[in-house]
Design a protein around this ligand. Sequence first.
Ligand SMILES: NC(=O)c1ccc[n+]([C@@H]2O[C@H](COP(=O)([O-])OP(=O)(O)OC[C@H]3O[C@@H](n4cnc5c(N)ncnc54)[C@H](OP(=O)(O)O)[C@@H]3O)[C@@H](O)[C@H]2O)c1
Length: 329
Amino acid sequence: MAENMMHAVQYSSYGGGAAALKYVEVPIPSPKKGEVLLKLEATSLNPLDLKIQKGMMRPFFPRKFPHIPGTDVAGEVVKVGAGVKDFKTGDKVVAALGMASGGGLGEFVVAEQSLIVARPPQVSAVEGSGLPIAGISAYQALTSAGVKLDGSGPQLNLLITAASGGVGHYAVQLAKLGNTHVTATCGARNLDLVKSLGADEVLDYNTPDGAALKSPSGCKYDAVIQCTSGFIPWSTLEPNLSTNGKVIQLAPSATVYMTYAVKKLTFSKKKLIPLHAEPNKKDLDYLIKLIKEGKLKTIIDSKHPLSKAEDAWAKCLDGHATGKIIVEP
Ligand SMILES: NC(=O)c1ccc[n+]([C@@H]2O[C@H](COP(=O)([O-])OP(=O)(O)OC[C@H]3O[C@@H](n4cnc5c(N)ncnc54)[C@H](OP(=O)(O)O)[C@@H]3O)[C@@H](O)[C@H]2O)c1
């Protein structure tokens, strides 16, 4: 392969699932002003990557085809663009890439300095690459729910659904840094894992009580961090909420927005709040610090080589990941 070329995985139109991914040779991108070129060490996939491929974010993402997907990366700085002062060649970092540009499934990737943070040696590339979307979403969902991660504030009863997934497994661990009682839902095979992450009680979502989201200890939830991709109707959520309980919804749909509007217009004390997580340097830095201090970990579902990224994609599409799905060059 020529010196200025790299391997990458890309798709050329909307749809097509894992079969539409092609392992190709493309030119190594060049960092522009304020950008950094990274040699990839790990990328983690998110359901968002699949939604972009399905065309659910059109016409905004992706901006053009062919598109190299992937937004959450860890790597080493190999070149810096003009005006980059905070990073130098050889730095190990974690970065959130723009949804429009993507690029995570490439041996080299360009990242904007405003969304790059340093990665200390205690945090592996694989662990760090799990954080940008899933970790930040979990963190922002909890702060929207009023949880203070320094343990201050009154105790809150939380329900975290899909606690075995990419977002959910971080949410359980982060919630337990605050003053919370956590009820979590997951499938039978992950009950022990989710308990080990700190959940106070765990429900199998395939049982009647699990499907009804009923707390075994009988508590009503001050907040639900709703991480399932599938829809849970308000009629199931509402009876489990405390008087001022709120549902933070990570996978908003038309029905979710409708319910949100109705609750707002009727001044309902119980609220449904659609969440749109905003990757940012401050939150990413905080999460990396927690991993360094041993207060947070990334559970790895599986690791796949870049040349077999379609297997990782298919696994993500399957919707049954336990933790994060990782692709390595
Ligand atoms: N709004 C935002 O900013 C934002 C940010 C991040 C993510 N999201 C969205 O949030 C959703 C979750 O993302 P993710 O990365 O956590 O997904 P994920 O890793 O693919 O979630 C998979 C996990 O969900 C579990 N699960 C599925 N249905 C369940 C149910 N009814 N009850 C309990 N657990 C269930 C699965 O368990 P089993 O294998 O046992 O079935 C699996 O462990 C996605 O729709 C994603 O697009 C939104």
